[in-house]
Ligand binder design. Structure first.
Ligand SMILES: *Cc1c(COP(=O)(O)O)cnc(C)c1O
Length: 356
């Protein structure tokens, strides 16, 4: 078990076995006496990595026929723009939900190129809930949502009925639970939350999207460019893709999505039960919208702050300071965080209650 219990919101914890293997590959990859970082991305050894990473994404998430899996650079932030370029027609129209800072940035990019209907917003409540009372119009190019709001600790538990293409930023909960990929025309996610180190961004896109909006798209922003070159149009982020592949191997070897979903449910229940039970704390997100990945909570009385901070620091817990726009604490419980780390945080909360 890690010496430090890493609750970082992203980049975040990776499994120790993955880090060890990555370390070895940086020294000597595939017994080539060369580092993974100094070989051609077109060498057969690296092409094998890309192929395996792509195949594992398809297998673990049960990606249906007719979809492409692509690894790009640029982060989810470039995904905001890539969404617009690939799915919006010239002077077209899209609908978005405004569920937080990331959703907002996605909306901003779309507004540069067309009309945006904001269907639901929880902005006035500092994004502490997921808006649900809206109907997705049928005369738009696509509907975009953010499945997990990393900063505010809210998560969509289901996706709305939708007769238009559905696009989702799944950066902070992809691979954490089962999703029906066939609902979506496009999913994108930065690697650095549940997949690997920063650098790669995963796209899962329906092939029917390619060319559909009839616009000329700059080569790098066109997902068809990358799908047709198997993510090798230009030099891919080799290290991030390699470590993502190792993480996917780890996930598969342990039982895939059913295993991780049960473990993530267990961790979330453990922490939220304590937040609700403990008289000194309260959660900041609406109960039914609470995120299984990022739990946001505050002390009811700030007077206990120093004592609590001392307790978790002594337990070698790291990264639970809340985002500046919410305050308090945020415990990010991504896939690689062990249940034991959550138990330790719960123990600190109980200890505070005893001594306060
Ligand atoms: C972290 C995050 C982003 C930003 O990702 P980058 O890869 O840094 O661009 C976007 N959306 C969500 C939901 C995130 O959690």
């Amino acid at each position: 078990m890690a010496k430090v219990h890493n609750y970082s919101a992203g980049p975040c914890i990776l499994d120790e076995s993955v880090l060890k293997e990555a370390q070895a590959a940086v020294g000597n990859f595939d017994n080539l006496d060369l580092s993974l970082l100094e070989i051609s991305h077109r060498s057969k050894n690296f092409v094998a990595v890309m192929d395996e990473a792509t195949a594992l994404v398809k297998e673990i998430l049960n990606v249906p026929e007719g979809y492409s899996v692509i690894f790009l650079q640029g982060g989810a932030s470039l995904g905001f723009l890539i969404t617009v370029m690939n799915l919006m027609r010239e002077n077209g129209k899209a609908a978005y939900t405004d569920t937080g800072a990331w959703a907002n940035k996605a909306i901003k990019e779309a507004k540069l190129f067309g009309d945006v209907d904001v269907l639901g917003t929880s902005k006035d409540a500092n994004y502490n809930f997921i808006p649900k009372d809206y109907t997705v119009p049928s005369d738009i190019d696509y509907f975009h949502c953010t499945s997990n709001n990393t900063i505010y600790g809210t998560q969509m538990k289901s996706f709305p009925e939708c007769s238009v293409p559905l696009v989702c930023d799944m950066s902070s909960d992809i691979f954490s639970k089962s999703v029906d990929i066939s609902q979506f025309d496009m999913i994108y996610a930065g690697a650095q939350k549940n997949l690997g180190p920063a650098g790669a961004t995963l796209y899962i896109v329906k092939d029917a999207v390619f060319g559909r909006n009839g616009r000329s798209i700059p080569a790098y922003l066109d997902l068809h460019t990358h799908a047709s070159k198997e993510s090798m149009f230009n030099t891919p982020p080799v290290f991030s893709i390699y470590v993502s592949m190792l993480t996917l191997r780890w996930l598969k070897a342990n039982g895939g999505i059913p295993w991780i979903e049960a473990r993530n449910n267990e961790k979330a229940a453990l922490l939220y039960n304590e937040i609700d039970r403990n008289t000194l704390f309260e959660g900041t997100a609406n109960l039914e919208d609470r995120s299984d990945m990022n739990a946001c909570f505050v002390l009811k009385d700030e007077a206990h702050k120093d004592a609590f901070d001392k307790l978790w620091n002594a337990a070698k817990i790291n990264g639970i300071k809340g985002h500046r726009s919410v305050g308090g604490y945020r415990a990010s419980m991504y896939n690689a965080l062990p249940v034991e780390s959550v138990q330790l945080l719960v123990d600190c909360m109980k200890e505070l209650e005893k001594t306060a």
